[in-house]
Design a protein around this ligand. Structure first.
Ligand code: GDP
Length: 526
C-alpha cells in the first residue's frame, strides 16, 4: 500500500462529553461495530466515580484503566479508526486538552435532558482554538429531553459553532419512535432491544401516505413540519465547511440502545478528515511527506513501581515510523531509537514494525521525553499547539523528609514532565510551586511521590489565582519588571518567566501599568 493509501484509510479522533452523557457507552457501541470487542461492558468507564479526594485505590484503578483504553483501534469499511480516550473527570481536563492536539476530529456527546453542560463548553473552546472538526451526537432520546430545536439553538449559542441536523427525532422519551435521516431520506424505527445491531429502516417519501401509516397522522404531520422548517432555516450540509471546523453536523440517538450509532459511524467514515497537516515552529508539515515526524502528547507512568520506565504516546504526523530506526529528538538534539514500540489493539499491546500518519505508537521511555517533544529524521522543528494553560490552584511543595530531598526533586520533575501538574520555581529561594486545574492532582502527586520515589511532602496553599507567562520586545524592560516583582515571579520548567497574580484585578493593574510587558495565559505564544 502506498503512503497515500495508508493515510487515506486512517481516522484518528476523540469522543468528548460531560461526564455521564454517554461517552463510554458510545465508544463501546462503535467498537462492537468494528468487531474490536465482542460483548457489551468490555469498555471500562475511565472515570473516578467518587468526588472523595483520598480514594487512592480508585486513582490507581483509574490509571490502570486509562492505559488500557488510551487508544482503541478498530477496522471498519476498510478504514483504520483510532479512538483516543480522554479522561472524564474535570480535574484531569489538561490531559484531555493535550489529547485533543493529537486527533484530527472529534465526536461530542450531549445528553438531551441536560443540554450543553459546563465541561462541554470548555472542551469545545479547545476544539475551536484549532478548528478541529466536530460531529455532535445528541444522546438519550429514550428520555424526555429538551425540545430538539431549542437544543440546536443552545448548541450554537453555547458552543459558538454553526450546526446542521442530519437526522431528526420523532418524539422523545416513552413516545420516541425513531429518527428520520435528512441525508438519506430514510426513517429509522426505534425499538427497545439492547442486543440488536441492525435497526429497522425504511426509505420514505415525506409526502407519501406510508409515513402516516407508520407514524400515525399526528407524528407524520409534525415530522413534515419539522423537516420543512429545518430545510428552510439551515443551509444544505457542506462537508468542507465541517472539515474546516466551521459547521457541526448533528445526529440524534440513544447509545445504550445502539440506536442512531450506525448512521453516525457511517457518516463519520464518509465525511471525517484523514490525517491533516500540522503547524510547527518553522513550517507546516504535511502527512504525505517522505520523512517521518511526530510528537509526544501524553506520558504515562508505569504502574509497576519496580519498573520505573514510562510510556510515551507518539502521534505520527508525517512519513513512515519504523522500529529500530534512529530518529532525532529535537529538544535534546540527540538521536534515539526504539526497539519495542507498540500499538494499542483493544486491550492488548503488540509490537509494531511501522506506523503511518494518524497512528499512535507507545514508546518505552526512561525519562527522555516531555509532553510536546518532537521526533524527526533530522530536521530541527517543534510541533505547535500543545500549550500549557494557566493552572487554577497553586500550592507550595514542602519537603518533610530532608533525607529524601534528591528523590523529591527527581519525582516532582518526572511527574510534571508527565503533565500531571505544572511546576514553577520562585526566583527567590528556589521554592517550588505546583499548579493544577483540580485539587485531586495534589493527592495524586503526594501519593505517587511517596510510593514511587520514597519521598514525603506536604502542601501549603498559595494565594495565587493565575500564572501568566510574560514576554517583552524590550529585554531591559522585562528584566526590570522581573527584578521589581521579586516574589511574584517564578520560572516554568523551560525557564520561561511567569508572573503569579493573586487576583484578576491585580493582573489587570499590572497589565495597565506595564504596557511594554505582554501577559499570556497560555505558554504558547508568538
Ligand atoms: P460517560 O461518563 O460520558 O462515559 O457516560 P456513560 O457512557 O458511562 O453513561 C452514563 C450513564 O448513562 C450510564 O448509566 C449509561 O447506561 C446511561 N446511558 C448511556 N446512553 C444512554 C441512552 O441512550 N439512554 C439512557 N436512558 N441512558 C443512557
Amino acid at each position: 500500500m502506498s503512503i497515500h493509501q495508508e493515510i487515506g484509510r486512517r481516522r484518528t479522533f476523540a469522543i468528548i462529553s460531560h461526564p455521564d452523557a454517554g461517552k463510554t457507552t458510545l465508544t463501546e457501541k462503535l467498537l462492537l461495530f468494528g468487531g474490536a470487542i465482542q460483548t457489551a461492558g468490555a469498555v471500562k468507564s475511565n472515570k473516578i466515580k467518587k468526588s472523595a479526594t483520598s480514594d487512592f485505590m480508585e486513582i490507581e484503578k483509574q490509571r490502570g484503566i486509562s492505559v488500557a483504553t488510551s487508544v482503541m483501534t478498530f477496522h471498519y469499511n476498510d478504514l483504520k479508526i483510532n479512538i483516543l480516550d480522554t479522561p472524564g473527570h474535570k480535574d484531569f481536563a489538561e490531559d484531555t486538552y493535550r489529547t485533543l492536539t493529537a486527533v484530527d476530529s472529534v465526536i461530542l456527546v450531549i445528553d438531551c435532558v441536560k443540554g450543553v453542560e459546563e465541561q462541554t463548553e470548555r472542551l469545545m473552546e479547545v476544539c475551536r482554538m484549532r478548528d478541529t472538526p466536530v460531529i455532535i451526537f445528541v444522546n438519550k432520546l429514550d428520555r424526555e429531553g429538551k425540545n430538539p430545536f431549542d437544543l440546536l439553538d443552545e448548541l450554537e449559542e453555547k458552543l459558538n459553532i454553526r450546526v446542521r441536523p442530519l437526522t431528526w427525532p420523532v418524539n422523545m422519551g416513552s413516545d420516541f419512535k425513531g429518527v428520520y435521516s435528512l441525508y438519506e431520506k430514510k426513517l429509522y424505527f426505534f425499538k427497545v432491544n439492547k442486543t440488536k445491531v441492525e435497526d429497522d429502516v425504511l426509505p420514505i417519501d415525506l409526502d407519501g401516505t406510508l409515513l402516516d401509516e407508520k407514524l400515525g397522522a399526528r407524528d407524520a404531520a409534525q415530522l413534515r413540519e419539522d423537516v420543512e422548517l429545518i430545510e428552510g432555516v439551515y443551509d444544505p450540509f457542506d462537508p468542507d465547511t465541517y472539515r474546516a471546523g466551521q459547521l457541526a453536523p448533528v445526529f440524534f440517538g440513544s447509545a445504550v440502545n445502539n440506536f442512531g450509532v450506525k448512521e453516525l459511524l457511517d457518516t463519520f467514515c464518509e465525511i471525517s478528515p484523514e490525517p491533516i497537516s500540522r503547524p510547527t515552529d518553522k513550517r507546516v508539515v504535511n502527512p504525505d511527506e517522505k520523512n517521518f515526524s511526530g510528537f509526544i502528547f501524553k506520558i504515562h507512568a508505569n504502574l509497576d513501581p519496580r519498573h520505573r520506565d514510562r510510556i510515551a504516546f507518539l502521534r505520527i504526523c508525517s512519513g513512515k515510523f519504523e522500529r529500530n530506526k534512529f530518529y532525532h529528538h529535537t529538544r535534546l538534539d540527540k538521536d534515539v531509537r526504539f526497539a519495542s514500540p507498540f500499538s494499542f489493539m483493544a486491550d492488548s499491546k503488540s509490537l509494531v514494525e511501522e506506523g503511518f500518519p494518524g497512528d499512535v505508537v507507545g514508546l518505552y521511555d526512561t525519562g527522555t521525553f516531555k509532553i510536546g517533544d518532537t521526533l524527526t529524521e533530522g530536521e530541527e522543528l517543534q510541533f505547535q499547539g500543545i500549550p500549557s494553560f494557566s493552572p487554577e490552584i497553586f500550592k507550595e511543595l514542602i519537603n518533610t523528609d530532608p533525607m529524601k530531598s534528591k528523590q523529591l526533586e527527581k519525582g516532582i520533575q518526572q511527574l510534571t514532565d508527565e503533565g500531571v501538574a505544572q511546576l514553577f520555581t520562585l526566583s527567590v529561594g528556589n521554592r517550588k510551586i505546583v499548579g493544577t486545574v483540580g485539587d485531586l492532582q495534589f493527592d495524586v502527586i503526594q501519593y505517587r511521590l511517596e510510593h514511587e520515589y520514597g519521598a514525603k511532602c506536604r502542601w501549603v496553599p498559595m494565594n495565587i489565582s493565575r500564572a501568566c507567562w510574560i514576554t517583552s520586545d524590550d529585554k531591559k524592560k522585562l528584566n526590570e519588571f522581573i527584578r521589581l516583582k521579586g516574589l511574584q515571579i517564578a520560572y516554568d520548567k523551560d525557564q520561561n518567566p511567569v508572573f503569579l497574580a493573586d487576583s484578576d484585578w491585580m493582573l489587570r493593574m499590572n497589565r495597565d501599568n506595564n504596557p511594554d510587558i505582554k501577559f499570556h495565559l497560555t505558554s504558547e505564544f508568538k
